[in-house]
Write a protein that binds this ligand. Structure first.
Ligand code: NDP
Length: 322
């Protein structure tokens, strides 16, 4: 059995806990949190993060579930000194720098760290690579949604007169349809997505003023097609509590002049964190196996052969899946 530890118990941490139960070859040693362990509601064992070093040698891999902005850049290098790790660091622009810092620590301390797993980065990155490798003549398009955007929801909730709100990012289906038939399109994030806001107003707030404030908000909504719906508190509670997300990675290319080829990888996720966690768990299996083979250093999804993700051995995989 591969022994797993969870660091951080937010949405992702809870998702990993749920997904370990689905893995036939893994067991959860414990959840490690910066908060009072007694304050965490779960049946699993919970420990203070300061005790984690006592578990060296008792955990094959740690899944790091902290936030990408400040938690992971700090906790990653600290923990990779003692443990094999997996994370879903998603600050795309900073990934090369983060990789370098994790690789240095992991090489020095003879551990394995799989960084930036999840779905984007993660499975989407892998599919962008496959699409480009297979169809060198073509274009890659990434569409996100329908998905809940936490940052945009927060921005609307900060407007005076808004009691509560959520925001969904929705891909432009018209553009996707054109790509599907091989048309060249102009793609930028403004035309590729629309934004849909569901907001509950405070009593007496003026809907028209607030709608205008939302659609003209710089950096968030300005330049985007935005639809605003004002709904009741009850409707928000009944219909907008999930954390859906997903999207497509599309590679549209030509293998010869008249042969258009379309590679479309699609995800439709009922719960973004639970799916991200499911990907983390598969890569945790890979990290534990690589470490056992003596591999060292930081890895991304590009570096790991698919067979390492599966609980089945190579003979069984050839029999079942080829
Ligand atoms: P959360 O905000 O839910 O949790 C982050 C951390 O905050 C937790 O590990 C926890 O640490 C702490 N925390 C959680 N709840 C509370 C609370 N009530 N009070 C105080 N502290 C709390 O973030 P998510 O789990 O939703 O996401 C984590 C990261 O995953 C994101 O930053 C994002 O970058 C990444 N992600 C990556 C994806 C990908 O495809 N690559 C997709 C989705 C997310 P502690 O227990 O130590 O207090």
């Amino acid at each position: 059995m591969i022994k797993v530890g969870i660091v951080g118990y937010g949405n992702l941490g809870r998702g990993v806990e749920a997904n370990i139960k689905n893995a036939p070859d893994m067991e959860l040693v414990g959840i490690f949190t910066r908060r009072e362990p007694e304050s965490i509601k779960t049946e699993s064992p919970v420990f203070g993060l300061d005790l984690i070093y006592d578990f060296k040698g008792m955990i094959d891999v740690l899944i790091l579930c902290g936030g990408s902005r400040t938690d992971i850049p700090e906790q990653g290098p600290m923990l990779a000194e003692y443990f094999n790790t997996v994370d879903s660091y998603d600050n795309h622009a900073q990934i090369p720098l983060y990789f370098a810092s994790m690789d240095h620590v992991a090489q020095t301390n003879r551990t394995v760290s799989v960084i930036a797993t999840g779905w984007d980065p993660g499975l989407f990155s892998l599919n962008r690579l496959l699409g480009e490798a297979i169809l060198p003549k073509g274009n890659t398009y990434t569409f996100w949604g329908k998905g809940l955007s936490q940052g945009h929801g927060d921005a609307v909730r900060r407007i005076e007169g808004v009691k509560d709100a959520v925001q969904y990012t929705i891909p432009n289906e018209e553009l996707i349809n054109k790509i599907n038939i091989g048309e060249e399109v102009v793609y930028d994030s403004h035309t590729a997505h629309t934004r849909e806001v569901y907001a509950v107003l405070e009593e007496g707030a003026d809907a028209a003023t607030i709608e205008n404030e939302i659609v003209t908000m710089p950096d968030y909504f300005e330049g985007y097609q935005t639809r605003v719906h004002f709904i009741s508190e009850e409707e928000l509670a009944a219909n907008h509590q999930g954390l859906p997300h997903g999207g497509h990675v599309i590679r549209s290319g030509y293998t010869s002049e008249n042969n258009h080829q379309l590679y479309d990888f699609k995800l439709q996720l009922g719960s973004n964190p639970e799916f991200t966690a499911a990907v983390n768990v598969a890569y945790a299996r890979a990290a534990a196996r690589l470490a056992k083979e003596g591999v060292r250093g930081a890895k991304t999804v590009f570096d790991i052969a698919p067979a390492y993700l599966s609980p089945y051995d190579a003979d069984e995989l050839r029999e079942r899946l080829l």
